[in-house]
Design a protein around this ligand. Sequence first.
Ligand code: PMT
Length: 226
Amino acid sequence: AVAPDLAGRRVVISAGGTREAIDPVRFIGNHSSGRQGYALARTAAARGADVTLVAANVDLPDPAGARVVRVSSAVELSEAMAAERAGADAVVMTAAVADFRPVTSAASKIKKSGAAPAPIELVENPDILAGLVVDREREGLEQTIVGFAAETDDVIANGRAKLARKGCDLLVVNQVGGGRAFGTEDNQATVLASDGAVVDIPTGPKEALADRVWDLVVERLPRGAR
Ligand code: PMT
C-alpha cells in the first residue's frame, strides 16, 4: 500500500510541450510526450493528493484521479497555471515551454513564392515558473514550487544557475540529448534544492522518479497546514 502522505494537499502539475503557431498548419514545438508529468500526476493521486494536471499537447490517457486542463501554447499554459496555482500546496512544472513564439501567426497557410522565404520574427514568452515564484512571494503563501530542467551540457552547473535564476525550491535536472528523457519510459535526474540538498535519482521508470520527487516535496511541506 502507498502511504497517503499527500492526503489533504492540492497539487498542480504541468506536462507536455507547448506549440507556438506559425500559420494554421505549422508550429514551433518540442519532443516532450508528457509522460514525466503524467507519472507525477498518477503518483500524487495514489498518495492521496487532489491533482490538477495542465496538459500541453499530450496524447496519453487521463491519469486516474486527476482533473485535466488542456492547453496548447505557452501563453495558454501561463494563463492556466495562473488560474490553478491559487490554494495549491505544491506546483510542479514538467512542461517543456517554448522560450519564444512567432510575433504573428499567419491567417492562411504560408505558400512557397519562388523568392527567398520570409524570416519568422520571434518574441519572448513569459517565464511561467519564475512568475509562479513571484506570485507566491507577493501573497506570502506556503507553497512548494518545483521546476524541471532539460540540459545537454554542464548539467549541474547550468542547473544551479537556473535554480538561482528561477527561485524555485527544487529543480529536477535531466540530462537530455542522445535520446534521453524526451519521450522515453525511463528517466534519470539530479535534484538541486534551494536549501542546498543535492539528490541523485538513478535511471528508472518515470513513476519511480516521480515518487522520489514527491518524497522531497513532502519533506518541505509546512506541517499542520492540512
Ligand atoms: O514529457 P516527457 O517526454 O516525459 O519528457 C520529460 C521532460 C524531459 C520534458 C521533463 O523531464 C523536463 O525536463 N521538463 C523541463 C523541460 C524544459 O523545458 O526545461 P527548461 O530548462 O527549458 O526550463 C526550466 C523550467 O522552466 C521548466 O520547469 C519549465 O517548465 C520552466 N519554463 C521554461 C520556459 C518558460 N518560458 N517558462 C517556464 O516556466
